[in-house]
Design a protein around this ligand. Structure first.
Ligand code: ARG
Length: 602
């Protein structure tokens, strides 16, 4: 019989007491104990823990002392001043293997330094268990993320690209935090434009039931032609308007034609999602239709709905226009659908947080929907309570001319063309570097896709989403700037250092010992173990750029380390190779959360 059980190597160190959650959450837990021991009678105190402003003072600081002082002064408390409160807090921070040094500065800031041994242990935890143990704990379990959401029969434009990229990254971060994420594509698959599209389909393709989806061709074009006819041909316009009624009344023929048009659209959207490696579950506007009447009824019964020039509306505070729930003609609109979708998400899908990713142009719409939901008692007035709705707005994508990003002939830029160009330019770059001869065609293709699509995504994610950004291929594909290309090269370089050592890193992980000696090693190690709290901040504030900044800083710290510390062939080789590996692992985790595919050689 074949040899059985290979003995598992003994763990280098006992990792049981190293803890889970983000490092900041672990420090918060220590501070919470200190607060309870120092001022047991002061209620509602939340630990205030931040990174130390000056790394010379420590790694983290607790900022509670002054707030406590203002609550207790003059009440015969045993403390003379805020500094004394800080001293007491510092004395009560549990002395575990986590901390090395605790000191007090100025008006009571408590500085906390992590011990090098503990940082090393955390890194061993990463290498042996993966990054899962570092996931921050969030206060909610189930989230709907409404993103991408293009409109049927219209081309997806760069705004939808931004929504897709930002939304996907937020989903990935929340998923890492253990949240149950419902990725919702709220496609615009309902509305009056369908009457026109269906009649046009009947005219252009009398045999529409038999033809394949490709035969319809480019839907954007189709939409334009239909619209022209609608505008100039009164008889057609009349038919189109009647078609809307037939469709909404459920006429099977019109339903089938509607479905055909949706299918054609969906195929072209799916091409983009596939290339971007984004998954979404379509629940279009049409799927909420059947629930609208009962939601309107509920809101009527709550006495929230008023008459305004024949329409049924909800007045919301702070807005000069009301939310229109039922149009004058009795029909429903974008807002009726969003109110109903929210009702559905809360009641049927049990969402605790609902996130909507669209351009900032829809701020007012979502503000009204959220306020109406508060009036209805669906959402609590206090936004720190659950359930909660958040609009994740983003700015425009601009062209080099500073205007809305368009093609030369001022058309909407087709996303597939844009992705093609990013990929092709990357390929050209690789060919110039002589990679064509060294790699197989598949390897080359994989690399240029990862670089090209990664560059487009990172350029979008790295800025605060609220700012407009200028689309520029040269910039986003620059190997030296703050770009995905630079970061992918940095990662591949680390992998090549490990390969060059000739050691099998998997063999080193269980037995090798990682020791932080040089200051640049410690700085790198600390940045690595802080991964979880940056994800926590990015996910809490819904700002992917926070993670991009983390990754870029990490890459710089690795460069510092590599400049200062010899790796291959040094006495510390094993330890340093492990530190290289830990860096590569965390870089890959960042890439994953940003939706970028890592490359191991470049
Ligand atoms: N289809 C809309 C647009 O293209 C975006 C939908 C966003 N989601 C929502 N629940 N309203 O502008």
């Amino acid at each position: 019989a074949a040899a059985e059980a290979v003995a598992a190597p003994a763990p280098v160190e006992d990792l049981e007491d190293v803890g889970v959650g983000s490092v900041r959450q672990q420090v918060v837990n220590l501070v919470r104990e200190a607060l309870a021991a120092t001022v047991p009678d002061v209620e509602g105190l939340e630990p205030q823990v931040a990174q130390c402003g000056n790394p010379k003072n420590g790694d983290y600081q607790c900022n509670n002392a002054m707030g406590i002082w203002s609550k207790i002064k003059g009440q015969g408390a045993p403390f003379k001043n805020p500094n004394a409160v800080g001293q007491a807090l510092a004395a009560n921070i549990p002395r575990t293997s986590v901390t090395e040094r605790v000191s007090v500065a100025g008006p009571g800031f408590v500085n906390i330094s992590l011990s090098d041994r503990w940082i090393e242990k955390k890194l061993h935890q990463l290498l042996s268990q993966g990054v899962g143990a570092w996931a921050p704990k969030l206060s909610y379990k189930r989230v709907v993320v409404d993103f991408s959401s293009p409109n049927i029969a219209k081309e997806m434009h760069v705004g939808h690209l931004r929504s897709t990229i930002i939304g996907d990254s937020l989903c990935r971060m929340l998923e890492y935090c253990g949240v149950d994420v419902l990725r919702r594509n709220h496609v615009g698959d309902w509305g009056t434009q369908f009457g026109m599209l269906i009649e046009y389909l009947f005219e252009e393709f009398p045999n529409w039931e038999e033809i394949g989806d490709q035969a319809v061709g480019d839907l954007q074009d189709f939409y334009k032609r239909a619209k022209i006819k609608f505008d100039v041909d009164a008889a057609f316009k009349d038919k189109a308007q009647k078609a809307v009624v037939l469709l909404q009344g459920g006429d099977p023929n019109y339903r089938a034609a509607w479905k055909k048009i949706c299918d054609v659209s969906r195929k072209s959207f799916d091409q983009v999602y596939k290339r971007l490696n984004v998954t979404l579950e379509e629940k279009g506007e049409s799927s909420y239709n059947e629930y609208i009447p009962r939601v309107v009824k509920e809101l009527e019964e709550k006495g929230l709905v008023e008459d305004s020039e024949g329409a049924r509306v909800i007045i919301v505070p702070g807005q000069n226009i009301p939310l229109i729930l039922v149009k004058r003609d009795g029909g429903f609109n974008y807002a009726s659908t969003d109110m109903t979708a929210m009702w559905y998400r809360l009641n049927e899908e049990k969402a605790e947080v609902m996130i909507y990713v669209t351009d900032v142009g829809q701020n007012q719409h979502f503000d009204m929907v959220f306020k109406a939901a508060k009036r209805a008692g669906w959402l609590p007035a206090n936004e720190s309570e659950l359930p909660r709705a958040r609009h994740v707005g983003f700015g425009l994508v601009l062209g080099e001319d500073g205007k809305r990003f368009r093609t030369r002939s001022s058309e909407v830029v087709r996303l597939v063309d844009l992705l093609d160009e990013a990929r092709d330019r990357s390929k050209q770059g690789l060919v110039e570097r002589g990679r064509e001869g060294e790699w197989s065609a598949e390897e080359l293709e994989e690399a240029c896709q990862a670089l090209g699509y990664g560059a487009v995504k990172y350029a979008d994610l790295k800025n605060n989403r609220l700012t407009n950004y200028t689309f520029n291929f040269d910039q986003m594909l620059d190997i030296r700037g703050n770009t995905a290309v630079y970061l992918l090269y940095a990662h591949a370089r680390i992998c090549s250092i490990i390969r060059k050592s000739g050691k099998d890193i998997e063999d080193l992980k269980p037995t090798g010992k990682l020791q932080l000696q040089h200051p640049s090693e410690r700085a790198l190690g600390l940045q690595l173990i802080r991964f979880g709290e940056f994800v926590e901040d990015a996910a809490t504030d819904l700002l992917p750029n926070v993670l991009c900044e983390y990754l870029y800083t990490l890459s710089g710290m690795f460069t510092d380390f590599y400049t200062n510390c010899k790796v291959v062939g040094s006495e510390e080789e094993v330890s340093r190779l492990l530190l290289c590996e830990a860096t590569a692992v965390i870089m890959r985790e960042c890439f994953k959360l940003l939706g970028i595919k890592p490359l191991y050689r470049l």
